[in-house]
Design a protein around this ligand. Structure first.
Ligand code: PGA
Length: 253
């Protein structure tokens, strides 16, 4: 069975005191995890060490960065390298979130580069893709997402692609309270799996974890995750409330 993943994306929220409170609240909650049912916490850079330390004895809770530099090291003021993340015990990195694409102009070519250096460093990229509302209204979401995959991921060989987690996040559903229907999520995730199958074969496609993101909450997670191609969620707003996120974790297959 491929991994089912509840991934929290805190974005640029919470001060240090609040972050520590949320980490310890999450650490004291009960949920059942195993090798195929994991939690990933993408916290802001300044809290990575705290998160890694808090969950040091939780074998199925992993810490993620929300971004990384496309450069390996050197004179890039303000950037954070994959080596720095690695040395902190961070194991996942969100790559290509739509907010980075939109506000920081990260394009498919730059993201291909970030995917490469993330994998080379032994970290797992959570690669985000997804269309805007006008593209959905023009019914061009499949072509759009297929192109994002092609330009940022499909240069990888089969061994490398197996390390990638994909998160489909329709931009019109992020932070808007407007969730894709379970059917829309399932359709797109099945389409993404089919693209992987065409490129790498059925075995690789079957092993790839594909998440849905966009207004996932405690009260809709179960309906979304029940679908055969939905391997969990990338969760923004609802991951800032321990009880909400725990109910999302408990909705994993
Ligand atoms: P949301 O964010 O759950 O607040 O919609 C999801 C995301 O952007 O990862």
């Amino acid at each position: 069975m491929r991994k089912q993943i509840a991934a929290a994306n805190w974005k640029m929220n919470l001060n240090y005191v609040q972050a520590k409170q949320l980490l310890s609240a999450l650490a004291s909650e009960t949920y059942s995890l195993n090798h195929n049912r994991i939690v990933v916490l993408a916290v802001p850079f300044p809290y990575l060490h705290e998160a890694v330390t808090t969950f040091a004895n939780y074998p199925y809770v992993f810490v993620a960065a929300q971004n990384c530099s496309d450069k390996k090291q050197g004179a890039y003021t303000g950037e954070v390298s994959v080596d720095m993340l690695n040395s902190l015990g961070v194991e996942f990195v969100i790559i290509g979130h739509s907010e980075r694409r939109e506000y920081y102009h990260e394009d498919n070519a730059m993201l291909a580069n970030k995917v490469n250096i993330t994998i080379e460093a032994g970290l797992v990229p959570i690669f985000c893709c997804g269309e805007s509302l006008p593209i959905r209204e023009a019914n061009q979401q499949n072509e759009f997402v297929a192109n994002q995959l092609k330009e940022s991921l499909f240069h990888l060989d089969a061994q490398a692609i197996e390390r990638v987690v994909i998160a489909y996040e329709p931009i019109w559903a992020i932070g808007t309270g407007k969730t894709a229907t379970a059917e829309q999520a399932q359709d797109m995730l099945a389409f993404i799996r089919q693209q992987i199958q065409q490129q790498y074969g059925a075995e690789v496609a079957e092993k790839t974890s594909i998440l849905y993101g966009g207004s996932v909450k405690g009260n809709n997670a179960l309906e979304l995750f029940t679908n055969s191609d939905v391997d969990g969620g990338l969760v923004g707003g609802a991951s800032l409330v321990a009880s909400e996120f725990v109910s999302i974790i408990n909705s994993l297959k």
